[in-house]
Design a protein around this ligand. Sequence first.
Ligand code: 5GP
Length: 204
Amino acid sequence: MQSKGTLVVISGPSGSGKGTVVKRLREIMPEVSLSVSATTRAPREGEMDGREYYFITRDDFEDMVAQGEILEFTSYCGNYYGTPKKEAERITGEGRDLILEIEVDGASQIKRLVPDSVTIMLIPPTVSKLEERLRGRGTETEQVISNRLARAREEIKLATSYDYVVVNEDDGVEECAETIREIIRAERNKSARMSYITDKFLEN
Ligand code: 5GP
């Protein structure tokens, strides 16, 4: 017998470095899986169906929702994004932890549905650093940058509803990944998760 795996929700606005941190986390915690979401947005260059996302049509997405096959979903910048339920249940049912890299609306849905999930928000250290990072890409128009900045501030306002907030300093990827590893390890020892062992002491 073992306890179910934990759902680990990681959110972070554009400019928080979330993608890089999650990539490093997976290298140092290879036993933890990353959920592959379904989305209606078009693949970006280098993205592969079934690896970054399942790229599906709006009709198929709406069908999946209607059939109860999506654990949480949201509409973000005009496209649907959602977590396939079956895969998440299979992995956690095997006692393995699963990372969901999702935005704030999905995170709050998961917390409501699965109260023992752990939610982590990754944030940049300061507003000016956030702005610097968003501008640093050098490819976006002023309008896109100010939209992203406004959206990031809105998302960071919700940080207090998360279980943990982790600050990604410049060159902070390694430290952030290690901090999140410690959080996941500590969660595994929550008393409620250990009851499959402690309950045995009460049997006689
Ligand atoms: P992108 O299009 O840049 O890959 O993702 C846009 C946003 O959607 C990111 O904040 C990402 O974390 C979020 N996202 C990706 N998959 C899901 C999902 O399954 N559910 C929700 N709620 N958000 C998602």
